[in-house]
Design a protein around this ligand. Structure first.
Ligand code: MG
Ligand code: ZN
Length: 220
């Protein structure tokens, strides 16, 4: 009986998305723009990390931002205040960014004035992993209050990212976050991944993050 149940595979959707992602990547490469996709749970500090990075880089390289959110433009407004070119994508309830959304956003950005593009994905650790956007690197951000057990709950994101930024390390004394155990677990899933603990609040660790970012940008 169960043979009669229709199963629609989502592969064609992903294939169509990958095609647009390749076009985005070609456009970015032709303009010498390096794009970083930032994935995280809501509240991990994606926008704060972008703001701290803009502050630390001091205009070299020149940053641009695509802000993905389910609704609102509060995060984009914060970025715009720093004088950085930003486009807001509202997914109208959608839980991840898709390449076509990024393609639309790229048309609205001053590409000649951008060397490094941050794409802040929608706060979610599951489907953003499946949807390529045209980015050169994938970053996962997580924060100390979320706990160190995410690699058990969401293993796939840990296998695809180039770096994991651990934010809010100023809260380590108050939280149950086992950094050495986390490191061991993550490196078991992805031996190449960079693990970069920092605090957007105190700025500790921010320079190690920007150093890695500039290094990976210049070796791409
Ligand atoms: Mg945000
Ligand atoms: Zn989704």
């Amino acid at each position: 009986m169960t043979n009669n149940i229709a199963v629609i595979q989502s592969i064609p959707i992903l294939r169509a998305n990958d095609q647009v992602a390749q076009d985005n990547r070609a456009l970015l490469d032709s303009r010498d723009i390096f794009a970083v996709n930032i994935m995280a749970s809501p509240g991990a500090g994606k926008t704060s990390l972008i703001l701290r990075t803009i502050e630390a880089l001091q205009g070299t390289p020149r940053v641009g931002v695509i802000e993905g959110d389910v609704a609102s433009r509060v995060d984009a407004a914060k970025i715009a205040e720093s004088g950085t070119p930003v486009v807001q994508i509202n997914t109208q309830g959608g839980c991840h960014l898709e390449a076509t959304m990024v393609s639309q956003a790229l048309k609205k950005l001053p590409l000649n004035d951008i060397d490094l593009l941050f794409i802040e994905n929608v706060g979610n650790l599951i489907c953003p992993v499946e949807f390529r956007l045209g980015e050169h690197r994938n970053i996962m951000l997580l924060s100390v209050p979320e706990g160190s057990d995410k690699p058990y709950k969401y293993p796939s994101i840990f296998t695809v990212v180039d770096a994991i930024v651990i934010n809010k390390i100023d809260l380590l004394p108050y939280c149950d976050f086992d950094l050495p155990a986390f490191r061991e677990l993550v490196l078991g899933l992805n031996p190449q991944v960079q693990i970069l603990p920092l605090s957007c609040q105190t700025r500790k660790g921010v320079s190690a993050w920007t150093r890695w970012l500039l290094e990976t940008m210049h070796t791409s």
